[in-house]
Design a protein around this ligand. Structure first.
Ligand code: RP5
Ligand code: MG
Ligand code: MG
Length: 278
């Protein structure tokens, strides 16, 4: 479990709030640090009580570390500590308490669909990297509207929703703009997506995400799954169109030179290794 870095970014996303700086040796809760004085911040959009957000602690007491009605408050990282009625980030201090932009106290569950194909030349031949001589993978990437960073088209698991459905739904919404499609188009998208995602994907990662929105009391967790189009005749023909929280969508070479959102580069590294790609 790598130390979180983006969860300690100086300016909290979408705000003017600065985190209390946390040096590497003080990240762990086990490190004694009486001077620690995190900034309290919960975004106005969360305090407005949208359906996807919890109320403030005090007015309600959620069942932490368990399935709380249809809201899953269990962590993939195991049991987390609850201190003064607030859950503690399993990776340690972030310099900010409250929920920031996240709706749930504790884990906020997401799913990340990693859709890949082999890079091919105009003659349809697989392209290998000049240095490594290994074939190059491409994946469907979206440009997030909130921060402008390129990312996997992932999203939050709705209460009671199966992760397998979240993977399909988020890919349809962000990479195929299903929310804006006509009834007829939507059916076509649905058909293609269920076909592509019906093959058992390779589970790339399950656990904590080093997301810049994380706080001492709220954090992102995900299940990342790879769906690979080996022959280049299924997903490769998908008409990509950015939608919902995606501003752009494109096939991207899996290449270490491209910085990606949160822990997404690490997920792609795992995919490349598993597929014996560059
Ligand atoms: C990341 O945030 C996850 O890996 C996932 O890609 C994403 C989910 O949040 P939204 O896209 O819904 O903002 O931590
Ligand atoms: Mg989404
Ligand atoms: Mg999203």
């Amino acid at each position: 479990s790598a130390m979180h870095i983006k969860a300690r970014c100086s300016v909290y996303p979408g705000s003017d709030t600065h985190r209390f700086p946390v040096p590497d040796d003080k990240v762990s809760w086990a490190a004694d640090w009486p001077e620690y004085s995190p900034v309290n911040y919960t975004a106005p959009s969360v305090l407005k009580k949208p359906v996807w957000a919890d109320p403030e602690i005090g007015s309600f007491s959620p069942q932490f570390n368990s399935l709380d009605g249809s809201v899953d408050r269990r962590s993939h990282e195991g049991e987390y500590t609850v201190q003064d009625d607030r859950p503690l980030n399993p990776r340690g201090r972030t310099g900010l308490n409250g929920r920031g932009l996240l709706g749930r106290w504790g884990p906020n569950h997401a799913a990340d669909p990693i859709v890949t194909r082999w890079k091919r030349d105009s003659a349809g031949q697989r392209v290998s990297h000049a240095m490594s001589k290994l074939p190059v993978l491409q994946f469907v990437s979206i440009k997030r509207k909130d921060c402008g960073e390129w990312a996997i088209p992932g999203g939050m698991v709705d209460p009671g929703e199966l992760v397998s459905l979240t993977l399909q739904r988020e890919f349809s919404e962000e990479a195929m703009n299903s929310l804006q499609a006509s009834q007829q188009e939507r059916e076509k998208i649905h058909e293609r997506i269920t076909q592509l995602f019906s093959a058992p994907g390779f589970q790339v990662y399950k656990g904590y995400v080093d997301d810049p929105r994380n706080t001492d009391n709220s954090w992102m967790e995900t299940v990342a799954v790879n769906f690979h189009d080996e022959k280049g005749d299924s997903v490769s023909e998908l008409p990509l169109e950015a939608g919902d929280d995606a501003g752009q969508v494109s096939w991207f070479d899996v290449d270490s030179s491209q910085p990606l959102y949160a822990s997404h580069s690490r997920f792609l590294q795992t995919v490349a290794k598993e597929r014996k790609a560059h």
